[in-house]
Ligand binder design. Structure first.
Ligand SMILES: Nc1ncnc2c1ncn2[C@@H]1O[C@H](COP(=O)(O)OP(=O)(O)O)[C@@H](O)[C@H]1O
Ligand SMILES: [Mg+2]
Length: 375
């Protein structure tokens, strides 16, 4: 094992929460790297200075720290501003605890500082009257709270792994690391789902989007003896869409198909000009259709009702956010999403995307730039 001091330093460095340690006279002893990053101030520059130099003038935090130093009682401030090196304030929450040695002698206090900028941005990025719903705020706050300690757990497991003598024992630390990564990805999905996004539209070649997704998934398919067939209509013009968001949509769908075909099978990815029932898009222009057909397990009727419900999943390790996010992205593009499935035979997911601009955005001039079929 590494020496305890070194170990403690590594953990302090791996935390994504800011840590400030002060002495009994309320002078700064150290900032951890996360706090240095939040404030843009290096620990060395403030060591020995009063805590108040890191805070706006009116801050009550120094007084709270003194109270904790005197009484030993911890204190939590859900909202407290700190100051960056350039004087700009930023929102945080702060917990203050006293530091004592084994004999009960007061050594100072520890402040754990959580950066609330991302959550505040989330709240403020919404138009008035359209603030994040309760679920969104809760999900974002939870994801944020979980991601921080998770990083610490992962970092500690990584250190532990390097100290272990045998591969047998490392299997356990690898489980911790792998599951921490999975949880982290889930938290990212949750933040993504809660975050209101505006689309970054550019001309997008749909076939390039699909090729990118298939290239990412090809190996996993082949590994399990599955195939992907592409049936593209080469006459399709470019879309006016958010390329990265569309990649997200089709990656979710291609993964779902793979997970449904665990016993082997073929996914057919076809593109075409849409016919009925969704031939005409919200802007009055034609629609394109991407059809993903798998011959996997199929979806029972009771599951079909809940496909777009966030967190609804039938998988032991599923997040249940894939279709909810995909559905929303397609709707934001003015498109439609239709799923047909027969248990034991397979599933067809149809994604319709408008060729001209949806009702939600863009000018007529831009619309004219993307040729319609036959023009
Ligand atoms: N192609 C498919 N074949 C069979 N079932 C599917 C398919 N796509 C989605 N599902 C069902 O829909 C559920 C929700 O999917 P999704 O939102 O992507 O979440 P997750 O994949 O994390 O479970 C899945 O758990 C599964 O039961
Ligand atoms: Mg999924």
């Amino acid at each position: 094992m590494k020496r305890p001091k070194e170990f403690a330093e590594l953990i302090l460095a791996s935390l994504s929460d800011g840590i400030v340690i002060v002495d009994p006279a309320c002078r700064v002893v150290m900032l951890n790297p996360a706090m240095e990053e939040m404030t843009g101030i290096s620990s060395r520059r403030v060591v020995g200075k009063p805590l108040a130099t890191l805070l706006p003038k009116a801050s009550l935090i120094p007084a709270r720290v003194v109270a904790t130093l005197n009484t030993g009682h911890p204190f939590f401030a859900p909202e407290a501003e700190w100051q960056q090196g350039d004087g700009k304030p930023f929102p945080t929450s702060v917990s203050i605890s006293s530091l004592m040695d084994r004999a009960g002698k007061n050594l100072g206090a520890v402040l754990v500082v959580k950066d609330l900028r991302r959550i505040k941005e989330l709240e403020e990025s919404q138009r008035p009257g359209e603030r994040l719903n309760t679920f969104g705020v809760l999900a974002a706050a939870m994801a944020h709270e979980i991601k921080n300690p998770l990083l610490g757990i992962r970092g500690a497991a990584q250190l532990l792994r390097d100290e272990l003598p045998t591969d047998g024992a490392r299997e356990y630390t690898d489980v911790i690391i792998r599951e921490a990564d999975r949880l982290n990805a889930l938290m990212e999905d949750m933040l993504d789902f809660a975050r209101p996004h505006s689309l970054q539209r550019t001309p997008v070649n749909l076939h390039q989007v699909l090729d990118t997704v298939i290239a990412l998934e090809r190996q996993a398919y082949e590994l399990h003896g599955m195939q992907i067939k592409q049936l593209y209509d080469p006459s399709l013009p470019d879309l006016w869409a958010d390329r990265n968001r569309l990649i997200q949509v089709f990656l979710n769908l291609v993964r779902n198909a793979r997970e449904a075909m665990s016993r082997g099978g073929t996914l057919i990815v076809a593109t075409k000009h849409a016919g009925e029932p969704v031939r005409i898009g919200p802007g009055g222009g034609p629609m394109l259709l991407v059809e993903l057909t798998d011959n996997g397990c199929g979806i029972p009727p009771e599951v079909q009702q809940n496909l777009f419900t966030p967190f609804f999943t039938t998988k032991a390790k599923g997040s249940g956010l894939g279709l909810a996010i995909s559905h929303r992205i397609v709707e934001e593009h003015g498109g439609r999403f239709i799923i047909r499935s027969v248990v034991g035979q397979g599933t067809t997911v149809r994604v319709y995307l408008p060729l001209s601009l949806g009702v939600t955005g863009g000018s007529l001039k831009e619309e004219a730039a993307w040729p319609r079929r036959g023009s």
